[in-house]
Design a protein around this ligand. Sequence first.
Ligand code: FE
Length: 228
Amino acid sequence: MDKKALYNISYGLYIITSKKENAFNGQVANSVMQISSDPASLLVSLNKKNLTNEFIKSSRRLAISVLSQDFPLSLIGRFGFNSGRDIDKFDGVNYKLTDGGLPYIAESTLAYLEAAVVNEVDAWTHDLFLCELTGAEVIKEGLPMTYAYYQQIKRGNIPQDSVSNEPNLKEKESKMDRYVCTTCGYVYDPEVGDPENQIPAGTSFEDLPDDWVCPVCGVGKDDFEKEN
Ligand code: FE
């Protein structure tokens, strides 16, 4: 059995949020699917260990921010590589509330969906929440972030050139080494730089400032290894 076959399943990328009493939490997830349009209903799968799962079980409600392709890596890192048990993930984040009082990310989000849990299925490590839609708004037009786009382009796992239609870019050979974050898998590609942190394309890993950190998970340069 080759489990890599599973990589061919396509997904979106979302931030799932919920509340417990007066506290908010949220996490990155790819596991959202529509069940039916009438009633408008959704399925969300979340790991049992996650605080967001605990909050959903408490409030029986959740919101889904549908991320745009330009959603910043730093926010994916904030919601995907930290636990709400350690930090307040919403501290400093531009968020708004749905009509039902749940937080959604207000920047680089195409739409939000708000839902109430009507059933729950135990699925090994995860809980499947079967939800009925209670609110939804389109925030802006744009292309939604897919899990594949995040893996391949935002995290630099394939050079941006290889998906470009420009023949000159396709043929260009990278002379500088790429480095991989050992914590989160982000790849620093000198051809791309780190535009979100004002590192221009063409900056080698060695030339990154000493205080540069992984744009996704925040670890320092020492936690990077040269890509094989
Ligand atoms: Fe990282």
